[in-house]
Design a protein around this ligand. Structure first.
Ligand SMILES: [Zn+2]
Ligand SMILES: [Zn+2]
Length: 259
């Protein structure tokens, strides 16, 4: 069995084909998926999926790329996370690639999420792009890690260096690989995936984005996460079954889900 630890199946294009999407998951032995919130207006649709389907979980948070959206407070996040199907805070983090100028608001928003994670004891889903030094610095300053009284979390859709991965792992975080790792051009990332211990690894689609080879360029969906697992098993030269079992165990451990 496989788990898609990060998807956006509440986005209209995917939500419109939910029966096909669930059938494709079943066909590929993808038993669970975590539907990740990107801002507060979108949260009800994320929560609705988690409440409707026993094998879909959800998170609450506001993505760093969403500029014109209500700013969440710590209290709001804590209150919205108070539901057994909400297993994480995020996605949150820093993205200096998409947006330019004074991004202090992004850092402030990230701090808010880390504080909510510490209060709720629910792990963080962290997005970082072109901002790894500040991301790690804020994680340390706010005590996001298990080494500092936090509960850790996952560095999702990881595309940074091994040094960044190791810094996050030292704080008790997991590293999640998406379909990007299967791309021919992703040589550096493949070396990182080879070095990251399977015990600290999750797999995801980040659908509808970033479909893995052989579906690159098409709309992504949770069923395709199996291809990420297959690629990692080849990369690490270990049995596919081992990748499936360990990444599944990691998911349930990190998000405190009782099986
Ligand atoms: Zn992201
Ligand atoms: Zn995402």
């Amino acid at each position: 069995m496989y788990i898609d630890s990060h998807c956006h199946i509440n986005f209209p294009k995917l939500a419109a084909k939910m029966p096909e999407l669930l059938a494709k998951m079943e066909e590929n032995k993808v038993t669970h998926a975590l539907c990740v919130s990107v801002d507060l207006p979108d949260f009800p649709s994320v929560l609705a999926l988690a409440e409707q389907y026993p094998h879909i979980y959800a998170s609450v948070g506001t993505h760093p790329d969403y500029e014109d959206t209500p700013e969440p407070t710590v209290e709001q996040l804590v209150q919205l996370a108070d539901n057994p199907k909400i297993v994480a805070i995020g996605e949150t983090g820093l993205d200096y690639y998409r947006l330019e100028g004074d991004l202090e608001w992004q850092r402030e928003r990230f701090r808010t999420h880390i504080r909510a994670s510490r209060i709720t004891r629910k792990p963080l889903i962290i997005h970082t792009r072109a901002a790894s030094a500040d991301t790690i610095r804020l994680m340390q300053e706010e005590g996001a890690g298990t080494d500092a009284g936090g509960v850790g979390g996952v560095m999702h859709c990881f595309t940074e260096s091994l040094e960044v991965a190791e810094a996050a792992i030292a704080m008790g975080f997991y590293i999640s690989f998406s379909g990007i790792v299967t791309f021919k051009s992703a040589k550096d990332l493949q070396a990182v995936a080879r070095a990251v211990p399977l015990e600290r690894m999750l797999i995801e689609t980040d659908s509808p984005y970033l479909a893995p080879v052989p579906f690159r360029g098409r709309m992504n969906e949770p069923g395709y996460v199996r291809h990420v697992a297959e690629y990692i098993s080849t990369l690490k030269d270990i049995p596919l079954e081992q990748v499936a079992r360990q990444t599944t165990d990691n998911f349930f451990n990190l998000f405190n889900i009782v099986r």
